[in-house]
Design a binder for this molecule. Structure first.
Ligand code: PLP
Length: 397
């Protein structure tokens, strides 16, 4: 009998957002189907932009005629999209070859699939962080070393805290900027220190840039802005939160040609892995992704990001007057908000849900360090955000 993966028994019974969803359903049942406003799960509320929707539907229509039909897509993405992504990097001031770009169906799978390139390892994971990093490593049976972050370092993980490498094999280091849940952005100098540490310890950085499009103040938007990053870092990107692709599913992963671990090139290894384990991303999805990155679609995507950033500002303004302590809210669609009156994140979650009909995410769900915080998502509609802001202000008052 095949033995089940023992890693699963070390996981929390349910994924964080499944739990939140259940609590909302229970509330709804108790209150005769009363609707709540959710600033919980980070899903978008705006539809696809007109240029993206047009490209998506016209590519889908082409699939219905002989001339335009596309079968299996190339494993690593159509050339037209890989070129557009390479150009996108040029706009950020860095050179990434098309051969280093792997089109994906979004960031979440990549964050865990990439682990298949390594034998059992030690992952270094800042906490609080996006729960997928921890769960994916537990599922693979990896050891996890947590790197606490808190108010003292502004929730930016500090490489100094890891001290001398405890493992001679180096680490798989997860970094995320702008961070989910804290909304904080790494400065170039912090990123440079991380790259130095990764190179010194023979570690690989998995840089999660799912929210990079929210950086509007000139901070670095790609790990490759830092010297040496191509020798130690992969970058995982997504169109989910910028172009509204949460339901369309498209992103990309950059695996530099110069990235070697123990003499093995990870680019070649990832090619080998992907050509066995995935069969490409569909043509209409890649055509839509191309539209989101170029021409009118690019402008419309930027507009959507500005809309969500304005929502974040509305949420911040609602609590600022009460002296609330918060992180993010700029360069990020998340506000990481300290609970008032010494409440824990879970207590604030319950009170907000039951007394104000407002859903947030309790900070505990993102790991140690999140106990006294809640995460607010600015990805809801303007109307809901304005109502939510009023309810938050009442809660803080
Ligand atoms: N990375 C972070 C930090 C996220 O918050 C999310 C989604 O919420 C993802 C990755 C996954 O994005 P995608 O929709 O591309 O799978």
């Amino acid at each position: 009998m095949p033995k089940c993966n023992e890693g699963f028994s070390r996981l929390d019974g349910e994924y964080l957002f499944t739990k939140t969803k259940k609590a909302i359903e229970e509330y709804s049942l108790k209150h005769n189907g009363k609707k709540v406003i959710s600033l919980g799960v980070g899903d978008v509320s705006l539809p696809l932009s007109p240029a993206v929707a047009k490209a998506f539907s016209s590519a889908a229509r082409k699939m219905g005629n002989k001339e335009g039909f596309h079968g299996y897509a190339p494993y690593f993405g159509y050339d037209f999209l890989r070129r557009a992504i390479a150009d996108d990097y040029k706009n950020k001031g860095v050179d990434v070859n098309e051969s280093e770009i792997f089109v994906s169906d979004g960031a979440k799978r990549e964050l865990s699939d990439f682990l298949s390139l390594f034998s059992k390892s030690t992952a270094l994971i800042p906490t609080p962080s996006y729960p997928v990093y921890v769960d994916a490593n537990i599922m693979r049976g990896n050891e996890i070393l947590f790197l606490p972050t808190d108010e003292s370092d502004g929730f930016i993980p500090s490489p100094e805290k890891i001290g001398k490498a405890e493992s001679s094999d180096g680490y798989i280091i997860y970094l995320c900027s702008p961070s989910n849940p804290t909304g904080t952005v790494y400065s170039e100098s912090v990123l440079s220190r991380w790259v130095e540490v990764a190179l010194e310890t023979g570690s690989v950085i998995i840089f999660d840039a799912a929210y990079e499009r929210y950086i509007t103040d000139g901070s670095v938007r790609t790990v490759y802005s830092v010297d040496g990053a191509k020798n130690c870092a992969v970058e995982i990107c997504s169109l989910s939160k910028s172009a509204g692709f949460t339901g369309v599913r498209c992103g990309w992963t950059v695996v530099p040609e110069k990235l070697f671990m123990g003499g093995t090139g990870l680019n070649k290894l990832w090619q080998r892995r992907q050509s066995t384990a995935m069969n490409g991303v569909s043509y209409p999805v890649q055509a839509a992704a191309f539209a989101a990155l170029t021409g009118k679609g690019r402008k419309q995507t930027e507009k959507a990001v500005s809309y969500y950033l304005k929502n974040a500002e509305i949420l911040v303004n609602a609590v600022k007057n009460f002296g609330a302590e918060y992180y993010g809210g700029v360069n990020s669609p998340y506000v990481w908000l300290k609970c008032p009156r010494g409440l824990t994140g879970k207590e604030a979650f319950s009170t907000l849900l039951n007394e104000y009909g407002l859903v947030v995410t309790p900070g505990e769900g993102f790991g140690a360090g999140g106990e006294n915080y809640i995460r607010l998502s600015a990805l809801n509609t303007r109307q809901n955000t304005v109502s939510a802001a009023k309810r938050l202000a009442e809660f803080f008052n």
